[in-house]
Design a protein around this ligand. Structure first.
Ligand SMILES: Nc1nc2c(c(=O)[nH]1)N[C@H]1C(S)=C(S)[C@@H](COP(=O)(O)O)O[C@H]1N2
Ligand SMILES: [Mo]
Length: 314
């Protein structure tokens, strides 16, 4: 796996004094939200035996931008399985039980079957990655995720040469996900990536954030994070992964094909039919800021799309 070097990355050699400084600064910066996170965690730990993230590697990919406060990134959510208002998921996913979570792996790979999440993650280093998250609705956040590169996980299933795409599916269980009792979307929520996008070292299989196990409203116990794509590609609470030879259907494209394409790369030059994508509101800020090409990750990912007309493949 290639290690992505960013301008903002720390070198191993300069880690000691720098890391302490960053850690301290981070602590001061989200001291109060951390204490609320700790409270949340003790309350919910009896209900959910989710992924243990202790001992994660810090500073793997950092970003010199203010983190979005924990209370915003856990109270302003899109997770339609738990309601369509931004405040619904925090309330309605509170008691969502994510223990004994398994993922079914199928399609063009050698190792197929149903695997416990803890077995899939066995022996893999969990790392922290601070990424921008840009929603197609023109707001954004900066979130310190914890997870493992998706590509590392996918390799363990030994995809074959006909694996050109990977399809993902969210849990479908209206008794546990009350939002699925209404036909707001075609359940289950499905998403997909081209295999090179899925294997790209920036693509993360996330199991936590802010040093903690993933909160339910953010997609516990396991979700994707693809920082250069609109947020809806980052599918939550995954129960199925399938390697395929053709482009898989995706929920928002099925719902409104003219507005949402398969690629959905963040692009300030390609507007949504109903609004501009040139600027965004960073949650917690008053003035809008410019949206960056590929959400600021062009250096790392632009080559995946060379020669493609990004207006056509939106
Ligand atoms: N299963 C599922 N995954 C989902 C969604 C959803 O409604 N259902 N919403 C998406 C959208 S539109 C965004 S912006 C992000 C939001 O992630 P966050 O709540 O952790 O910020 O999750 C994405 N993943
Ligand atoms: Mo979104």
């Amino acid at each position: 796996m290639i290690k992505i070097k960013q301008k903002s990355d720390l070198n191993e050699s300069e880690v000691t004094p720098e890391a302490i400084y960053h850690k301290r600064r981070e602590f001061l910066k989200y001291g109060s939200m951390l204490s609320s996170a700790l409270i949340l965690n003790t309350v919910s730990s009896r209900l959910q035996a989710s992924v243990d993230v202790t001992g994660y590697k810090q500073g793997v990919i950092t970003l010199d931008e203010e983190l979005t406060p924990f209370k915003d990134s856990t109270r302003y959510n899109n997770f339609y399985e738990f309601g369509t208002d931004k405040s619904d998921p925090a309330r309605n996913a509170k008691d969502f039980d994510t223990s004994n979570w398994s993922i079914e792996v199928s399609g063009a790979c050698e190792k197929k079957g149903e695997f416990m999440l803890e077995d899939i993650l066995q022996g893999m280093d969990i790392e922290e990655r601070i990424y921008r998250l840009r929603c197609v609705e023109a707001w954004s956040m900066v979130i310190p995720w914890l997870g493992v590169p998706l590509g590392k996980v996918l390799q363990t299933f030994k995809p074959t040469s006909s694996a050109k795409y990977v399809a993902f599916e969210t849990l479908h269980d209206p008794t546990r996900m009350p939002g699925q009792q209404r036909a707001v979307l075609d359940w289950p929520y499905v998403e997909g990536l081209r295999i090179d996008e899925a294997m790209h070292p920036l693509t993360l299989l996330a199991v936590g954030m802010y040093g903690k196990t993933m909160p339910n409203q953010n997609g516990a116990p396991v979700r994707l994070v693809i920082p250069w794509k609109y947020g809806f590609k980052s599918i939550k609470s995954i129960v199925r992964i399938k390697f395929t030879d053709r482009e898989p259907p995706t929920t928002w494209n099925l719902s409104s094909p003219r507005e949402y394409g398969f690629y959905s790369n963040v692009n300030p030059e390609v507007d949504h039919p109903r609004w501009s994508q040139a600027r965004e509101r960073r949650i917690g800020e008053f003035f809008k800021r410019e949206t960056l090409m590929f959400n600021g990750y062009a250096e790392e990912v632009a080559s995946l799309y060379s020669g493609m007309d990004l207006k056509k493949f939106y």
